[in-house]
Design a protein around this ligand. Structure first.
Ligand code: SF4
Length: 341
């Protein structure tokens, strides 16, 4: 039986206007998220990966409507979110919570951990003071801290402990979906594994669905059921985790994977290197936006934007190397190399 997605995103765009002159004329747009579609099934983890500036964090914020989308639809648990009033959206946020990269910046330094954790319960009108205290203590213990930590302030915690507090805060309203935006990027490698394990345990215990945003394919490997790779505001490849790591198709994914260290000296992996920086989303390259850095670039790539197309069971890629059109182009290239044209 086909699973019904908890979240279904269609044609989502977020363009930021570039204002110029004294009158604030709109001179163009930064296309931070440019027409992306994906779904997340209940209980699964979708990893979203890409370099900084690729639009992955903006996507997370648009899904929660912390930023208003320019276009597109976001269906969550059977409800369209993009046309909800601010009041209705506030209620939905009980079910969608966020964990941020820098827990210190997202925790009020003047409030005790107890007060910070109590806040979402107050905002959403959940429980009375005594009950709230009990819930706070319960969740502190669930994330591996203790009830006595409730009296302490954020600066009295280590980075890993603060991220545990961030996770506890996200859990307070009993959400269905957690959007974790680079939740372990600021932590030491040894602590990263602990936080990732905790998140996996909590997912089972509370039947959670995750969107896990990261800039490194290594981090999301073990936690994700499926992974989407973003480049300049678009999803260029999306696939079940195992398939993506075993058989990446898009040259950008292959390059990102080349950079992930594998702790096995006998393992021979493909090396795809890309040069240069990610171009500005205010002035993206024509055709395939990756063509300025792609070692496999063909003529067609500079002119035609490749669409995300399914190649095999749930594995889709947006690259002309896999489209019929490119088939002709490649055949032509091969002939050219053989000297027959
Ligand atoms: Fe490279 Fe062309 Fe594929 Fe873009 S469409 S990734 S430029 S081969």
């Amino acid at each position: 039986m086909e699973q019904k997605p908890l979240l279904k995103v269609e044609g989502l765009k977020k363009y930021f206007p570039i204002k110029k002159g004294l009158l604030g004329r709109t001179a163009g747009y930064v296309k931070a998220v440019d027409d992306i579609s994906f779904h997340v099934n209940k209980g699964e983890t979708l990893g979203i990966v890409g370099e900084s500036g690729c639009g992955k964090s903006t996507t997370g914020r648009v899904l929660m409507r912390l930023l208003e989308p320019t276009e597109g639809t976001v269906e969550f648990d059977g409800r369209e979110l993009t046309d909800l009033s601010a009041g209705d959206m506030r209620k939905v946020r009980r079910d969608i919570q966020m964990v941020f990269q820098d827990p210190y910046a997202s925790l009020n330094p003047r409030h005790t951990i107890g007060k910070i954790l109590e806040e979402p319960l107050i905002v959403h009108g959940i429980s009375h003071a005594k009950e709230r205290k009990k819930t706070v203590n319960k969740f502190l213990e669930i994330v591996g801290l203790s009830a006595y930590h409730a009296k302490r302030y954020p600066h009295q915690f280590s980075g890993g402990q603060r991220q545990r507090v961030g996770i506890a805060r996200a859990l307070m309203t009993n959400p269905k979906l957690i959007i974790a935006d680079e939740p372990v990027s600021a932590l030491d490698v040894s602590i990263q594994a602990q936080v990732l394990n905790l998140m996996q345990d909590l997912q089972k215990e509370f039947d959670l669905t995750y969107i896990f945003i990261a800039h490194d394919l290594g981090v999301v490997r073990h936690i994700s059921d499926r992974v989407g790779v973003m480049y300049l505001g678009r999803i260029v490849e999306i696939a079940p985790s195992e398939q993506l790591y075993a058989e990446p198709l898009h040259p950008y994914t292959r390059a990102l994977l080349s950079a992930v260290p594998i702790p096995d000296p006998d393992y021979q992996k493909e090396q795809v290197t890309i040069e240069g920086d990610i171009p500005s989303p205010a002035n993206p390259p024509s055709g395939c936006t990756f063509h300025t850095r792609c070692p496999f670039k063909m003529d067609v790539c500079t002119k035609v934007t490749p669409q995300l197309m399914e190649q095999q069971n749930g594995h889709s890629v947006a690259c002309h190397l896999y489209s019929e059109q490119a088939g002709t182009d490649i055949a032509w290239k091969e002939k050219e190399m053989e000297g027959s044209v």
